[in-house]
Design a protein around this ligand. Structure first.
Ligand code: KIV
Length: 260
């Protein structure tokens, strides 16, 4: 049975931590689904860790749908969340935004979407939820605004920033979001927001007090070697294992040991 947004919300009520991982393809989706990861985020981080872009900005709806379809073919139990890419939803374009979010479910096979932004995105959240499209909010460091924010840095360091983020979380909950990602915010602020809202908070670089944690597949399994975020813990070193296996393959082929 597929995990629902109600199941995820019940996990918060039962004080059961919510593990979330990003996922971008069929094979990984099958592995994570069979391991029991309840929520898979088809993140636009795929632009960086899968496609090699420097930011998530070049990611398009078509790219996201391509990957989300693959994930939905592999994951039959997890709740699949589709990350709305850069400039595909905005309060300035309600019809276009709704059309894009509908594609995420109808073509991508997702059960929910994630959108970056706080109070100013509340009308978009309300419209999506009204159309039957569950929304995960995302505040703090919002990578699609990297140029506006001046880099990938911790948000909500001063009093004004903290008040803004708390207001953002409250506005997203009031608009109908079923959960909120808190990215790169101080742990004490994440704890306050988590206590303040009834919907689950999913942290990344936001300390241990969120209701759940999300991490990027390539970071936690040691596949992406260009950069390791400080908040990541490596649960495997797959790139090193693959490199060694590739060397063994080269040796065996060049020495006529494979095929036997
Ligand atoms: O795209 C992504 O992977 C994300 C997570 C880091 C939250 O937005």
């Amino acid at each position: 049975m597929r995990v629902t947004i109600q199941d995820v919300q019940k996990m918060k009520r039962n004080a059961q931590p919510i593990p979330v991982l990003t996922c971008y393809d069929y094979t990984s989706a099958k592995i994570l689904d069979s391991a029991g990861v309840p929520v898979l985020l088809v993140g636009d981080s795929l632009g960086m860790v899968v496609l090699g872009h420097e930011t998530t900005i070049p990611v398009t709806m078509d790219m996201m749908i391509h990957h989300c379809r693959a994930v939905s073919r592999g994951a039959k139990n997890a709740l699949i969340v589709f990350d709305m890419p850069f400039a595909t939803c905005s309060p300035a374009d309600p019809a276009g935004s709704l059309r894009n979010a509908a594609r995420a479910l109808a073509e991508g096979g997702a059960q929910a979407v994630k959108i970056e932004g706080g109070t100013h995105m509340a009308p978009v959240v309300t419209a999506f939820v009204g159309a039957g499209i569950p929304v995960m909010g995302h505040i703090g460091l919002t990578p699609q605004s990297v140029y506006q924010l001046g880099g990938y840095r911790v948000q909500g360091r001063d009093g004004a920033g903290q008040e803004r983020l708390q207001a953002d979380a409250v506005a997203l909950e009031a608009a109908g979001a079923f959960s909120i990602v808190l990215e790169l915010v101080p742990a004490d602020l994440a704890a306050r927001i988590t206590a303040q809202v009834r919907i689950p908070t999913i942290g990344i670089g936001a300390g241990p007090h969120c209701d759940g944690q999300v991490q990027v597949f390539h970071d936690v399994f040691g596949l992406y070697e260009d950069f390791v975020p400080k908040h990541t813990k490596r649960y495997a070193t797959v790139a090193a294992t693959l490199r060694e296996a590739a060397k063994t393959y080269i040796t065996e082929v060049t020495q006529h040991r494979f095929p036997e």
